[in-house]
Design a protein around this ligand. Structure first.
Ligand code: ATP
Length: 326
């Protein structure tokens, strides 16, 4: 239950005594104490000093190298984590570091990206203080055609991590978005440097709309945030940690075969397109079809109206619902 404590502490931006909080909000001293604990559980850092009262640390203090590290339970992913208040693109930063010899598992996160990227040269909006922008480095020992599948692995991890923290029923829109209530919450961009039969590196970048209160006009119809869906602000470091923990878990399963054989069933349960009619936006020509789910290669199996079955490869393709974005 919200009682205005968080907003009060943020607005005052100084120490506020327990008595002043109780008087302002019209609640008891013990309710103040309970409320302080609740917002701490949400990931906010609240400083308590005897004789002075309580003061909230800025959101940025709760989202940084240390807070992300303390949320990680991984063996190798994110063991090296670097955080920026502002960066052009977390994918580009991972690439620059990879070129200088960074090791597999490097995680770069930022409060704000000035040139956040989407697929096919599109941009990703990333205002400060409200989003997760993160990218990590993989050096998989597989042929380059597995790269699109890693996007799908990241989508599964994002859903699991977000559900764990928020309990919101987020789903995957094949291949690279996480959606809720018909709107986009997360975008994933996988980039690769490779020879024809050898991968140098794969960079998986993820942008998550966590605490965004309002979107620009052109995104209002299709974009949403965890805040807009739940009415609550969420701790970005904890979300980042849970998603990274999930990715490592799913990736270990994926890398045993380099296919989706073990993960396909679970993916299809999380995928909002499975069993629905979709519009396939293929640069070679758009068509409508009935989506079944993914195959072991991560391709979307669809049945066209003439009865033919087509496996849609993720590379250049987006899907839409028949009546809207999903
Ligand atoms: P689509 O979402 O159209 O199916 P896509 O998944 O390939 O295609 P991306 O390349 O991942 O899209 O993301 C870029 C697009 O996402 C932009 O063109 C813009 O429409 C939208 N977008 C940009 N910033 C955000 C944001 N913060 N939240 C939600 N959507 C965004």
């Amino acid at each position: 239950m919200r009682d205005g404590l968080l907003e009060l502490l943020q607005k005052k931006n100084r120490f506020v005594s327990g008595q002043e909080i109780a008087d302002t909000l019209g609640i008891s001293r013990s309710a103040v104490w309970k409320s302080i604990n609740r917002i701490r559980q949400e990931g906010y850092q609240v400083e308590a000093v005897t004789g002075k009262g309580y003061r909230i640390m800025g959101m940025e203090d709760a989202y940084g190298e240390n807070s992300i590290r303390s949320a990680l339970k991984t063996v190798w992913l994110g063991r090296q984590t670097v955080f920026f208040d502002e960066i052009d693109s977390t994918n580009d930063e991972v690439r620059r570091r990879a070129q200088k010899g960074a090791e597999e598992g490097l995680l770069v996160a930022a409060d704000c990206q000035t040139k956040g990227k989407g697929r096919r040269g599109r941009s990703w909006e990333n205002p400060p203080g409200t989003q997760i922008a993160m990218s990590f480095l993989l050096k998989p020992d597989f042929s380059p055609d597995i790269a699109p599948m890693l996007t799908l692995v990241m989508a599964m991890a994002s859903v699991e991590g977000i559900r764990k923290v928020t309990e919101l029923s987020v789903r995957i829109k094949w291949p690279n978005d996480i959606v809720i209530n018909g709107k986009k919450l997360v975008g994933i961009l996988t980039e690769m440097t490779a020879e024809p039969d050898y991968i140098h590196e794969v960079i998986i970048g993820t942008g998550i709309n966590v605490n965004i209160e309002e979107f620009p006009e052109e995104l209002k119809e299709t974009a949403t945030s965890l805040y807009l869906e739940s009415g609550k602000k969420w701790p970005r470091a904890l979300l980042t940690g849970e998603i990274i923990n999930s990715f490592e878990k799913y990736y270990e399963i994926f890398r045993q075969t380099g296919t989706f054989s073990e993960l396909r069933e679970e993916y299809n349960k999380l995928c909002i397109n499975a069993g629905r009619r979709v519009c396939v936006l293929d640069p070679k020509g758009e068509f409508e079809a009935q989506a079944q789910g993914i195959n072991d290669k991560g391709e979307l199996i669809v049945t066209k109206d003439d009865g033919s079955v087509v496996n849609v490869f993720a590379g250049e393709v987006s899907v839409r619902g028949i009546y809207g974005y999903v």
